[in-house]
Design a binder for this molecule. Structure first.
Ligand code: ADP
Ligand code: MG
Length: 603
């Protein structure tokens, strides 16, 4: 019997096999932690179950905070404020000090809701303030909430406190309550993992590590940070309600600054852009002081020492110990071999054929005219070269088109539509993609994730759909992954897909950026010195790739210093000097322009 499969199907099966192994590797450690949590009450006593409960509650808060701090790089130090608020809302409602007493679970729900609102209020300053000032404002919130709890005695019981919500059976026993907290903690882990492995998670990391690139791929920082702080606040509020239940009685001094530090350090010790690391960090920091009773008084000191030791020995945190991407060996002597035959497949949905038209654009930095009355047109399907000496305004021109700078004069159109300046994150949706003179890559993410970032605006699933892992989220991820692999294949780097981007060579990063830009099937592609730092044979392949992309209908604006590349592949060349056009026309026209030849081409 002939059971041989066509090669394509064998490839598919191998792919599925590899995907299965990698997802097992990802899920495995969480299953181990969950199993340990389930075994704990069997092997330990009530005391250890109580500590396990506390670790689970802390993790419910840290899981959400981790998205903001670890993934998004937003230093919300004072998040204990939201825990405090949640604890008081749940306790006060359940105790009935205002109006009739609420059922305990309804009070927990209200704690989550108030936490979500508080999370956004605590998080909003992040949109305007630098990280240091933002960290300080979150501390301010922590103080305010505690002070209000202290002062508003008629409701909160002031310094004497208020009883925490008493949950109904079967959650009123140590074991029952522990079970509830573990289930909720597992749920939070799953939800944050869904976010982490989605365009939202990737958007957070790129905001943290390369915010200019975030704008270029269409990430709206306010939209994503508000969603994240809503979620982080909601889970922190619920954690507060559970915390109050665990304590059975809360006073303002239960919510110390040390607690906030614990949450924060758990994330730092765990490692950025990891879920497992901060989970283990939270468990370790909760359990450590309990191992020896005398250590409790020293817990803050212990946290600090641990942080120092980790930062000095493994800067990437606990996550670095499990990081396979960072250690997998990669071949030396690699060649970047773009697959021009696959460009058409990538553009199976052809780009919108729209020209960029700049009319009389002037941009001044103070007294300096970086661009001075520039007229420029990038037509669909054409490669337009932009050359000129350093400081002549080439990068500035790209920055104007991609919306970073507001020109003082002139107008800019894409097709029939006005291109509004000052809103760079709107460009991706309009079909304008770009690369940067210095590659803006998320070093800690895999090459594939970096490329997938380029497809951010094509995602359809809402944040809530992503949290809950619904089908639109899964469809988004499957499509973005397939697209990113194809884009990597096109630029000739698919063998590096799962490698951490910071392990790549400079020339490879340039091609990764191009793959990321191609994810948009852009109407207009802006390339800022893509050949800088490339070997001559790489430059030749880059040229062929650019031409092949233009043949699909994309208009390419190519800033370059390599005259050969420009004259080989451009349909039109504009020469800038001091922000003004010195010469423009076909390569032949420009070559025959005396001033250009003597000044820049050295021939
Ligand atoms: P290049 O053609 O080398 O890419 P740029 O467009 O980067 O040149 O710069 C054009 C001029 O504008 C240079 O004189 C540069 O110093 C100045 N410039 C660029 N960006 C800024 C900025 N953000 N603030 C002030 N001056 C700037
Ligand atoms: Mg430049």
């Amino acid at each position: 019997m002939n059971t041989a499969l066509p090669p394509a199907e064998i490839g598919q099966i191998q792919n599925n096999g590899a995907a299965l192994v990698s997802s097992l590797r990802m899920i495995g450690p969480f299953v181990v932690v969950l199993a340990a949590a389930l075994v704990l009450p069997l092997v330990g006593n009530d005391y250890w179950t109580l500590i396990g409960t506390r670790a689970a509650i802390y993790w419910i808060l840290v899981s959400g905070l981790n998205l903001a701090v670890g993934f998004g790089g937003q230093l919300a130090i004072g998040f204990v404020a939201v825990l405090t608020l949640g604890a008081y809302v749940a306790s006060v409602l359940a105790a009935g000090t205002v109006g009739p007493a609420w059922p305990a679970f309804a009070a927990l729900g209200a704690a989550g809701l108030s936490g979500a609102i508080a999370g956004v209020i605590v998080g909003l300053p992040a949109l305007r303030l630098g990280s240091f000032y933002f960290a300080m404002t979150t501390l301010g919130f922590a103080t305010i909430v505690t002070q209000v709890a202290l002062a508003w005695g008629s409701v909160t019981g002031g310094g004497t406190g208020v009883a925490g919500p008493a949950l109904p059976a079967p959650f009123d026993t140590t074991l029952g309550f522990y079970g509830l907290c573990v289930v909720l903690a597992a749920l939070c882990t799953w939800m944050t993992a869904n976010v982490a492995h989605s365009r939202f998670g990737r958007a957070l990391i790129v905001i943290r590590d390369a915010d200019v690139a975030a704008e270029a791929v269409g990430v709206s920082k306010p939209a994503i940070l508000i969603s994240i702080f809503l979620f982080a606040g909601a889970v922190a509020g619920v954690a507060g309600g559970l915390f109050a239940s665990l304590q059975s009685y809360i006073t303002p001094d239960a919510f110390t600054f040390d607690l906030s530090i614990l949450f924060f350090i758990a994330i730092l010790v765990g490692g950025r852009s990891s879920i497992l690391g901060p989970l283990l960090g939270t468990i370790v920091l909760t359990v450590l002081p309990e191992l020896a009773a005398p250590l409790v008084a020293w817990s803050t000191f212990l946290y600090a020492v641990m942080l120092l030791v980790i930062v000095l020995t493994i800067p990437g945190g606990l996550a670095e110990l499990f990081d396979m991407l960072g250690r997998r060996p990669i071949a030396t002597g690699r060649i970047i071999a773009p697959r021009l035959d696959l460009v058409a497949a990538l553009f199976s949905k052809p780009p919108r054929r729209e020209a960029v038209n700049m009319r009389d654009i002037t941009l001044r930095f103070g007294a300096l005219r970086a661009i001075d009355g520039l007229d420029l047109q990038v037509r669909p399907g054409e490669v337009h070269g932009l050359i000129g000496p350093n400081g002549s305004g080439k990068t500035t021109t790209l920055n104007v088109i991609s919306g970073y700078y507001l020109p003082q004069e002139g107008s800019m159109m894409l097709g029939e539509a006005q291109l509004t300046a000052g809103v760079p994150h709107s460009r991706a949706a309009a079909g304008i993609a770009r690369t940067f003179q210095r590659p803006r890559i998320v070093g800690e993410a895999s090459v594939l994730q970096n490329v997938a970032l380029g497809g951010t605006v094509s995602g359809r699933a809402s944040f809530v759909e992503t949290l809950l892992g619904l089908s639109r989220h899964r469809a988004d991820e499957a499509r973005l992954r397939a697209d990113a692999l194809l884009a990597l294949r096109v630029v000739g780097l698919e063998s590096l897909a799962s490698i951490r981007a910071d392990r790549l060579q400079h020339s490879e990063l340039r091609f990764v950026e191009i793959a990321r830009a191609l994810m948009l099937r852009p109407a207009v592609l802006l390339l800022d010195e893509p050949a800088a730092g490339l070997a001559p044979n790489e430059i030749a392949r880059l040229g062929q790739l650019i031409k092949a992309v233009a043949q699909q209908g994309t208009g390419v604006l190519l800033v370059e210093h390599h005259a050969d590349l420009i004259f080989d592949i451009c349909d039109h060349v504009t020469v800038l000097n001091l922000g003004r056009i010195l010469a423009a026309g076909t390569p032949a026209d420009v070559r025959s322009h005396g001033e250009v030849v003597s000044a820049y081409l050295g021939v």
